[in-house]
Each structure stands twice: as structure tokens, then as C-alpha cells.
Design a binder for this molecule. Structure first.
Ligand SMILES: Cc1cc2nc3c(=O)[nH]c(=O)nc-3n(C[C@H](O)[C@H](O)[C@H](O)COP(=O)(O)OP(=O)(O)OC[C@H]3O[C@@H](n4cnc5c(N)ncnc54)[C@H](O)[C@@H]3O)c2cc1C
Length: 473
């Protein structure tokens, strides 16, 4: 039920209705139709979040259709849904549905919204509220009081922070982005895209999956002007290969690497063994996935830092691959001399008349080079350091010690169950989170294959706590 006039007391309030928050609500509604649940979303499109809120059908999933099911015990659920929803595929221009296809992300958003609709029908008390939570306090009786941007107050026994990713940093030091009309850090705003498509050279900072989305959108519409793209190492995500048989696991939970160097050596050795047998590196990397979180935790703080410094960018481009047709577009743009790729560190931005001069140091040199462009777009990935965020909820939670930054400054400090920890490392009972806020403790905590398990587990913890608290004495 969509609520406009709301106030009230809930068993659970879920803050954020992207994939993660929506799936927690779906699990809860399926398990207990009487549980009083509020799912609160500040954006227009509950169920979609940033990733599946795109309206551009050229933005594709980077996981194959038959692996994107929303439920951990039924990964084929999305593919079966697609088979019964041809009109959604037609609307996105998909003519050929295959299990190994990379489907437009907006269709995955349709699927999640459909699951949410079903959950609302099934539950007697699931309220979908369009508002933003700006503050949370803890009452003496242990309940939480939440304040919304619209000035409403809500109470809940348990809370899930499903707040997802925050926008990238601005690279602008203390200057406000609003004082720089040539700068944007919102790749998915229609306004920013239209601005980039105008005649004149532009610069995209970052060479990850988001910048590839931007290239896909600009390829057919940007007619005049070059697209410059710059990142420190100039590494783009690798393309997926053909769907092949799974590679047998070569890690075991009793003998996990203790150092980043050992991890690298073992993976390289296995890739060589596989290559000698004519097997591609991709299934070797994929076979590590069930061990990823355990490997990360086994490394410990110092080796995690070393991994982040030395290996992260290589790991990410091999692990988070993209649909091959996307890289083909990037390569075509380069061949047509419409796209120019640079490697280096940005040193300075200097406005010159109606343009901006960007100075950077090419990787491995002491030189300085400049690019003069009309617009700059940052696609450097979400800001993970919660102390640097300009988000009222995060700001208040940190202030009240209802949230602490992870020691690596990668999201929130959390325990194994997804409970939020305070600065002293103590769990805040009945306050959970999932998804990218847990990157510091799990590293692999951003894609659906990880999030679907977390959503189920958080729902389980909430239900068992609810049952324990409401059991008659
Ligand atoms: C561009 C992009 C493409 C991706 N593609 C894939 C893919 O193909 N396959 C895959 O498995 N994963 C993909 N991912 C990973 C993706 O992040 C996850 O699959 C998933 O969408 C994360 O969902 P989430 O709910 O945790 O976060 P989000 O999608 O970020 O949702 C968080 C929601 O919380 C809301 N919110 C935040 N704060 C508040 C507040 N205070 N009050 C109310 N609402 C609030 C936000 O508005 C947002 O809607 C992609 C990610 C991105 C960014």
C-alpha cells in the first residue's frame, strides 16, 4: 500500500527500497502477513534503486538472466519471470530471450517492482512510504524513533538500513559542486546526459561499469566533440566469455590465503593450470566467488589494505565483467577517434572561458598534460567513507553512535549477522544493514548474487527477534 498520510508504530522499518530493502520486505511479508512493515524510499521508483532505475535499455545487467533470480534458493526465478512477461522484454526491445542473455537493467527493475507489488498484496500491513529518513534516535524502551524529511515521526522495534550506494566524491576539494556548472557526479541524471551530448569535448573520470553505461548512452547521440576518459590505471572491465561449465573450486575454507600476495600467487597458478588445459581464466575467477567473503575476512586489516592498494583494480575488472557488446561499443568509438583513453592522476581543474582545463599526470611519468573540455563527469564509484558524506541520516547516525565507519572506511562497521556496530565495536541491537554498507567487512557485498542471501538472512534475524519479543509470557 502506498501511503501519503502516515504516522505510526511498526515492527520493522526498512530505510531504502532499492533491491536490498525491497527484498527484505518481500521475505518478511511472505513469512508473516501480520508483521507491520514500513518500506521507505526517498526516490520516485521504489524497487529499483540506482542500478535498475535507469530508463536506458542499452544499460545491461552484468550477470546472465538465468543467474539473476532474486532468491538465493531459486536463481532461475528471474528467467522464468521473463518467460511470462514478454511485454516487458518488448518494451525494452529484447527480441531474443536466452538463459545466458544480458537483459536491460530496467527490465530487472520491472521484476523487482512486481515482487514488491505481490508482497503488498500478500501482507496486511506493508506500507510503502515515499519520504526520506533524516534522523533516527533510540528511545528509553529500546524502540527507534525515525524522523522524515516531510517532518513525520515513526517508531519501530527493528530497523534495516538498506541505503545502498552514495554518489561519488567530487574531486573538487572544498569547492561545492554547485559552484562548478561544468561538473557532475550524477551519471544517471537525464540532465547531465543531455548536457554531455551537446557539441564540444567532454571528460569522463573513471573507467568502470558506470562509465561504460555513459558511453553506451552517448554513442548514438553525441555527434560533435570527443569523449575523453581518464582513470589512474586506465583499466576497463573485462568482457564476459561464452557461458561454460563451472570450474572446480581450488580454495578450501580450512586453508585460505593469509596475505594478498599469497592470494594473487594461488589465483595466477590456477589460471596457468586451467590455460594449459585449454580453459579460460573466467571460470577460474568465478569458482572463487563462494570463498570471496571468507578470503577477505581471513586476510585481516593490514593485508586487506594491501589488497586495496595493489590488487583491487585488477581484481574488480576481472570479477565484475560486462556484457561483450558493451566493450564492442567502446572499441568502436575508439577506432572512430571519438573516444580517447588516458591513464593518470588529475592534478587540477582550471576554468578557461566557457570550458575547463584539466591537468593530469600520465601514469608512470613526471610530466603534466592538459585536456580542455566543456563538461566533466565523475564516474569514480560510490563514496565509501561515511565521514565524507553529505547525507543527513548518515551524519546523524554517526553523531549518535548508532553507526560507525568501518575501520577501512568502506561503509559501516558491522558484525557477521549484518548488525550495525557502534564505535566501540558493540552491536546495536535490532539495527541491521546489508549490501554496500557491509563492503568493509565482506568486500563482496554489492551484487545481487551476494545481496539476495543477505536479504533472506536479515529477514530471518528480524523474524526470530520479533517472535521472541512478542511470545506470550
Ligand atoms: C550502475 C549500476 C549497475 C549495476 N549492475 C548490476 C548488475 O547488472 N548485476 C548485479 O548483480 N548488480 C549490479 N549492480 C550492483 C547493485 O548495486 C546491486 O545489484 C543493487 O542494486 C544494490 O541495491 P541496494 O538496495 O543495496 O542499493 P541501492 O540500489 O543504492 O538502493 C538504496 C535505496 O535507498 C534509498 N535511500 C537511501 N537513503 C535513504 C533515506 N535516508 N531515506 C529513504 N530512502 C533512502 C535510495 O534512494 C535508494 O533507492 C549495479 C550497480 C550500479 C550502481
Amino acid at each position: 500500500m502506498d501511503r501519503e498520510n502516515y504516522h505510526g508504530i511498526y515492527d520493522v522499518i526498512i530505510v531504502g527500497a532499492g533491491y536490498s530493502g525491497t527484498l527484505v520486505a518481500v521475505h518478511l511479508a511472505r513469512a508473516d502477513a501480520n508483521l507491520r512493515i514500513a518500506l521507505i524510499e526517498r526516490g520516485k521508483n521504489a524497487g529499483r534503486g540506482v542500478a535498475y532505475g535507469t530508463t536506458d535499455a542499452k544499460h545491461l545487467l552484468n550477470v546472465r538472466a538465468d543467474q539473476m533470480g532474486a532468491f538465493p534458493d531459486d536463481v532461475g526465478h528471474f528467467y522464468r519471470w521473463l518467460q511470462h512477461h514478454q511485454s516487458n522484454l518488448d518494451a525494452a526491445g529484447v527480441t531474443d530471450l536466452r538463459p545466458d542473455a544480458f537483459i536491460p537493467r530496467l527490465v530487472f527493475g520491472d521484476y523487482i517492482q512486481d515482487l514488491l507489488r505481490e508482497a503488498c498484496e500478500r501482507s496486511r500491513c506493508l506500507d510503502l512510504i515515499h519520504d526520506e529518513i533524516v534522523d533516527i534516535t533510540r528511545e528509553n524502551d529500546g524502540a527507534f524513533r525515525l524522523l522524515t524529511r516531510a517532518g513525520k515521526e515513526l517508531r519501530a522495534a527493528q530497523i534495516v538500513l538498506a541505503v545502498g550506494n552514495f554518489p561519488p566524491g567530487t574531486h573538487l576539494g572544498s569547492d561545492k559542486a554547485t559552484e562548478r556548472p561544468w561538473f557532475s557526479n550524477n551519471p544517471y541524471s537525464a540532465g547531465a546526459r543531455a548536457e554531455l551530448a551537446e557539441p564540444g569535448d567532454i571528460l569522463i573520470i573513471g573507467t568502470g561499469l558506470t562509465s561504460l553505461d555513459v558511453l553506451m548512452s552517448l554513442a548514438p547521440i553525441k555527434r560533435e566533440g570527443k569523449i575523453h576518459i581518464l582513470s589512474r590505471r586506465g583499466l576497463f572491465p573485462q568482457p564476459h566469455g561464452a557461458a561454460v561449465a563451472a570450474y572446480p573450486p581450488f580454495f578450501d575454507f580450512d586453508h585460505l590465503p593469509k596475505t594478498a600476495g599469497d592470494l594473487l600467487r594461488r589465483v595466477r597458478r590456477q589460471v596457468r593450470i586451467a590455460a594449459a588445459e585449454g580453459i579460460d581464466w573466467r571460470p577460474v575467477i568465478d569458482s572463487i566467488r563462494p570463498f570471496n567473503q571468507a578470503i577477505w575476512q581471513n586476510l585481516g586489516y593490514l593485508e586487506q589494505k594491501r589488497f586495496l592498494r595493489r590488487l583491487r583494480s585488477f581484481w574488480d575488472i576481472h570479477r565484475h565483467r560486462c556484457a561483450p557488446q558493451i566493450l564492442a561499443v567502446k572499441e568502436r568509438l575508439e577506432a572512430e577517434n571519438r573516444l580517447i583513453c588516458h591513464r593518470g592522476n588529475i592534478l587540477d581543474f582550471r576554468p578557461v572561458e566557457n570550458q575547463v582545463e584539466v591537468t593530469y599526470r600520465p601514469r608512470g611519468t613526471q610530466e603534466k598534460r592538459t585536456i580542455v573540455v566543456r563538461q566533466v563527469l565523475s564516474c569514480t564509484g560510490p563514496q565509501p567513507d561515511y565521514r565524507k558524506l553529505d547525507d543527513p541520516l548518515v551524519h546523524h547516525l554517526l553523531e549518535r553512535d548508532l553507526l560507525a565507519p568501518d575501520p577501512l572506511r568502506m561503509g559501516a562497521y558491522t558484525d557477521q549477522e549484518g548488525r550495525v556496530l557502534n564505535q566501540a565495536g558493540e552491536p546495536i541491537h535490532r539495527l541491521y544493514t546489508l549490501g554496500s554498507p557491509r563492503m568493509g567487512s565482506l568486500y563482496e557485498s554489492i551484487a545481487v548474487p551476494e545481496l539476495r542471501g543477505q536479504a533472506r538472512d536479515v529477514a530471518k534475524h528480524i523474524l526470530s527477534c520479533h517472535r521472541a519479543c512478542t511470545k506470550p509470557a
